[in-house]
Write a protein that binds this ligand. Structure first.
Ligand code: PSV
Ligand code: MN
Length: 424
């Protein structure tokens, strides 16, 4: 299904006057130049959509299909096309191999090109057994005690790089479930040493213009230990590989109340922040809609990101990705909400007066520091986000447009009620 520009304009119609008024109001408050600077950055802001979030999310207790799910890679790319048409900010898709092995590279590239979609980081998967593989990953992959299992896992990662190359991707994301459920089950030091050596072998296979992103997670699916448990371990491993290896921060991969913004600042300081998996959580890796539980914490994270970017931090280019999935909302509506929140939060962070904050920090004035943060956080920047979407050809209110156009009903008509996406 392809959404037509005329349908978007029709949905925008009744909202246009109110939007013009609120845009004028915020422009008066923050000044035209600031508003235009923020608009420019919002329009340039693109987030990768994970291929595994386009279908209904399952839990270990069950899965509830939603109908019209994308059953092939082509349909997944088309769904990202729908998100991009409505928002102007979802120009990338992040694939998970072997869930998304392209059968016809040319055809998939053509579909993506027609929709203006690019291939972002490719994700390897050694947390599940593959039907064509000789060895099981039940007791680990890159950290496995047996060299033949480690080799199989390294070879899988090399194959993921090769598939990504054919699609024009520029980075590999490695997340390992490797760890132990029980004390004494694994030798920590040798598991770490094996992981480091395996990652170095994968890194050696990277094309010159590629990056490797190493994701960490404290627990799950193993509940006693994870070999890459935290940002420090990830950063250490990345540094042992070379200059194009970085840490990937998934917001759900921290123990409760961890100060993620400080982690972000430390990784930027070290030059090793490579990318993000945005989501939100109440307890663990809940993979909920971005900003639905802790929006202020997200704002604090964005402050560090914007500070780093303004100071010239590059990491070539940070990979912004969403990693969310659950079993209650229509996944496309959920992703529209996540994209909206990311843009709102980015705009607030761009609005903060960096100079004023620096001055207050230098004067050791915590009251003024908080005033400055709150002033930016409490500004209603939604008119700027709506305007950025409008200028990018998207809808003023994407969720409303999605429902008015009847996207899900159309998808069910085209693909049926039983269509099922690959993934967890
Ligand atoms: C693991 O929890 C994770 O965050 C990794 O990024 C995976 O590749 C992804 O979720 C999908 O299961
Ligand atoms: Mn993740």
């Amino acid at each position: 299904m392809v959404i037509k520009k005329i349908d978007i304009l029709e949905c925008d119609g009744p909202l246009s006057d109110a939007h013009a008024d609120s845009l004028e109001y915020i422009k008066k408050r923050i000044g035209d130049a600031t508003a235009e600077r923020i608009l420019e950055q919002l329009i340039a802001f693109q987030v990768a959509i994970p291929s595994w979030a386009l279908g209904a999310g399952g839990t270990r207790f069950g899965r509830f299909s939603i109908g019209g799910e994308p059953a092939s890679l082509k349909e997944k790319v088309e769904d990202v096309g729908i998100l991009h048409t409505l928002t102007g900010s979802a120009a990338e898709i992040s694939l998970h191999i072997p869930w998304d092995i392209p059968k016809d590279i040319n055809a998939i590239q053509q579909t993506a090109a027609e929709l203006g979609i690019h291939f972002a980081s490719v994700n390897s998967n050694t947390f599940q057994d593959h039907s064509d593989a000789e060895y099981s990953y039940q007791y680990g992959s890159l950290d496995h005690s047996r060299s033949e299992v480690r080799k199989q896992a390294v070879d899988h990662n090399k194959r993921v790089i090769d598939i990504g190359k054919t699609l024009g991707a520029k980075s590999l994301t490695v997340w390992l479930a490797d760890g132990a459920n029980f004390p004494g089950q694994k030798d920590f030091a040798s598991a770490l040493a094996h992981t480091q050596k395996s990652l170095q072998e994968i890194y050696a296979h990277l094309p010159e213009d590629w990056k490797m992103l190493v994701e960490y997670k404290p627990y799950e699916p193993n509940f006693y230990s994870t070999v890459i448990q935290d940002w420090g371990t990830s950063c250490m491993l990345a540094e042992s590989c070379g200059p194009r290896a970085f840490t990937l921060v998934d917001l759900g991969h921290h123990l409760p109340n961890t100060n993620i913004e400080q982690i972000v600042a430390s990784l930027i300081y070290r030059g090793r922040l490579g990318g993000f998996h945005f989501n939100d959580s109440k307890y663990g890796d809940d993979d909920l809609t971005v900003g639905c539980i802790k929006p202020y914490a997200l704002f604090l994270i964005f402050l560090e990101l914007v500070k780093g970017m303004e100071a010239g931090y590059k990491a070539t280019r940070l990979e912004w990705m969403i990693d969310a999935s659950h079993n209650t909302k229509d996944p496309l509506e959920d992703l529209l909400q996540s994209l909206d929140t990311l843009m709102i939060t980015f705009a607030k962070a761009l609005l903060l007066s960096r100079q004023a904050l620096h001055k207050a920090q230098q004067a050791n004035d915590p009251v003024m520091c908080q005033e400055i943060l709150q002033k930016a956080y409490l500004t209603d920047v939604r008119p700027l986000v709506m305007e950025a979407r409008k200028r990018a050809g998207g809808a003023l209110d994407p969720v409303q447009a999605y429902r008015k156009i009847g996207v899900r009903q159309q998808l069910i008509k085209e693909r049926g009620l039983d269509a099922r996406a690959t993934g967890l």
